[in-house]
Design a protein. Structure first.
Length: 234
């Protein structure tokens, strides 16, 4: 089973699969279905591969996230667990919040439980994680670099969501280095076509594999997310 076979039409963009152990950024503005894309990719992959994965949501609680996925026709795999920040607050209510420590401990817990069968995670989102951290910019860059390296060393393929703009259209806080230290960068966006707004996907970067860099149109259908074959923005 390949990651690129987990969403209809994604394999037309890549010559080969997303390399295992990669850190892949998924970026875009509001309404570009970043969470749905990452969740669909993971859920379908894990259901077919028999491996296990973890979706860490810092934006929504678990039930709200599941309901949002159902509304988009995205199916949930029994092999995909969801962890939200409320779990952490209950377990560590008397301690200072250290979100990176939370992520590392959570990964360690699932690695012990499933061993080499635990292969992939999504962090939703990096911006939400930054809002929970009280760290100087230079220290934040170091911590993010260390987090990405830790995930790679654990042999896990990760999808890291980063909101590009807020509701007011302003740039969201970033360190400016996320795209450089990640192995892959998938951009989701919208373009106006007469009176319609069409969603698109573009792979801006993916190490160790050839891929298209054109803007491919995708939609949310009855069976979840699908990339429309042959439809691109020039």
């Amino acid at each position: 089973m390949r990651f690129i076979d987990s969403i209809n039409g994604l394999n037309q963009i890549f010559d080969s699969d997303i390399p295992k152990k990669s850190v892949v950024m998924i970026t875009g503005g509001e309404g570009t279905v970043k969470s749905g894309f990452a969740y669909s990719l993971m859920s379908n992959y894990l259901e077919q591969s028999g491996e296990f994965g973890l979706y860490i949501t810092l934006e929504q609680n678990k039930q709200s996230h599941i309901e949002n996925m159902k509304s988009m026709g995205v199916k949930s795999s029994k092999n995909l667990m969801i962890s939200d920040i409320s779990d952490y607050r209950i377990d560590y209510s008397d301690e200072k919040l250290d979100i990176i420590d939370f992520i590392a401990k959570t990964i360690e817990m699932y690695k012990k439980r499933y061993g080499d069968k635990f292969t992939t995670i999504t962090l939703d989102s990096l911006g939400a994680m930054y809002s929970l951290m009280y760290t100087a910019p230079h220290e934040l860059r170091r911590k993010i670099y260390q987090l990405f390296e830790y995930i790679r060393r654990e042999g896990i393929t990760s999808f890291i969501i980063l909101e590009k703009y807020n509701d007011a259209g302003e740039n969201v806080q970033t360190t400016g280095m996320e795209g450089y230290i990640a192995d892959g960068l998938i951009e989701l966006g919208m373009k106006l076509n007469q009176n319609d707004a069409l969603r698109y996907l573009r792979v801006r970067k993916m190490r160790a594999t050839k891929h298209s860099m054109r803007l491919h149109i995708f939609r949310i259908g009855n069976n979840g997310i699908e990339i429309i074959e042959g439809h691109i923005f020039d």
